[in-house]
Design a protein. Structure first.
Length: 392
């Protein structure tokens, strides 16, 4: 229940911060949409409709546009979380190859010209299905955790064989490679770190992990050389206060947000940075808005709650009834913790900008729903856990 209520608290806090951070942009977006429709009606010769739309655009309150969409995703996430929590986790592990295969198919679809593929900022990372936009990499991440948790335990006695290890590494490389070629190196790096965490918990030889890590690092450097905009991100990180360009501007505004918040913050809803000063204020940079509105104490409280989730998740892993549950719980917990603290580090200019959302708080459907599914799995493992199992 500590784990459950910690997550629910973050979801509620996230909804409040997303509403505050997105209200100004949402209002402008809704008004802009109406004015575009008015212009279209005018060009079609329907002046009465055009005037009605223009009048409505001046009076409409569109500030709740994004939070309404987020509320739908929260409800879907809660329903799926409780559904997953009600089914024994070993059943989900049994279906893990199908989940991974389905995720890979969705990732491959992003390289096609199908109408369902959505492109933004020269990157194709999203699919539009039944009116919803989803990011396949968010679900591929958890499908990979399920597969690794199942088969690393099943082959635990042969993991010292480098050929067996390479077979697992090949599965990771397929997922990470597809995500990286979508020009999403940040997510690819996060999935790689989650996979390495599970390898560590499965007691894979440290030498294997070291050599593999160096190889992945070398490949990442080559990939950076082939994508100049990623080099600019690294350079903006190295000189955030005096650099120029979009990335340096985002980091500068993020730090300004924390400075404006001070110890206690300016209060929820009173952010100034949300008025188009801070890019991605309600998405990847939502932690900066928390810093401005809730201050140092608010940001520290959020990080402490994530630390509590990390502690409880690892306790669930330690007390799990078998190795499947241990690896699965540890992998899910590591995933949520890595995403949370990496997002905070980006907002504080401690690591280069990666576009990683904060779990349960940032605006977005796929990330929120997938993390809540992960919490559902953790809750199910917890229901079978016993302190007597904590000998591992």
């Amino acid at each position: 229940f500590v784990l459950l209520f910690s997550v629910l608290f973050l979801v509620v806090l996230g909804a409040a911060i997303v509403y505050s951070a997105s209200s100004f942009k949402a209002d402008n977006f809704v008004r802009g949409q109406m004015l575009e429709r008015a212009e279209t009606a005018s060009q079609a010769g329907d002046e009465s409709k055009s005037e009605a739309l223009q009048l409505r655009a001046r009076t409409v309150d569109g500030s709740m546009y994004f939070i309404k969409k987020q509320a739908v995703k929260i409800v879907i996430g809660l329903l799926l979380m409780f559904l997953v929590a009600s089914v024994h986790y070993e059943r989900w592990l049994g279906l893990s190859p199908l989940f991974l295969l389905g995720s890979i198919v969705l990732l491959v679809l992003l390289f096609t010209d199908l109408p369902m593929v959505v492109s933004r900022d020269e990157a194709s990372r999203w699919l539009r299905v039944a009116g919803f936009t989803l990011q396949p990499s968010d679900f591929a991440r958890y499908a990979l955790i399920l597969v690794l948790a199942r088969f690393l335990y099943e082959y635990r006695d042969t993991l010292d064989n480098w050929q067996v290890f390479l077979s697992f590494l090949a599965v990771v490389f397929v997922v990470v490679g597809l995500v990286a070629f979508e020009k999403d190196l940040g997510t690819a790096a996060m999935i790689t770190m989650v996979a390495f965490a599970i390898f560590y918990f499965a007691k894979v030889k440290i030498g294997y992990l070291f050599l593999t890590g160096m190889s992945f690092f070398a490949v990442a450097l080559i990939y950076l050389q082939l994508n100049s905009y990623m080099i600019r991100r690294v350079m903006s990180f190295l000189k955030p206060l005096f650099g120029s360009g979009e990335q340096s501007f985002q980091i500068q505004q993020s730090l300004i947000s924390f400075a404006m918040g001070g110890p206690m913050g300016v209060g929820i809803g009173n952010s100034v940075q949300k008025y188009e000063f801070l890019p991605e204020a309600y998405k990847d940079m939502v932690f900066s808005v928390i810093g401005e509105e809730l201050g140092f104490l608010g940001t520290l409280s959020v990080l402490l709650i994530f630390a509590l989730i990390l502690f409880r998740g690892m306790r669930v892993a330690k007390q799990a009834p078998n190795g499947y549950g241990r690896l699965l719980a540890a992998g899910i917990t590591a995933c949520i913790a890595l995403y949370a603290f990496t997002n905070a580090a980006v907002a504080l200019a401690l690591v280069p900008t990666t576009g990683i959302p904060m779990p349960f708080i940032s605006y977005g459907g796929s990330a929120l729903v997938s993390h809540m599914i992960g919490i559902g799995l953790l809750l199910n493992i917890s229901s079978y856990s016993k302190p007597a199992n904590a000998h591992f």
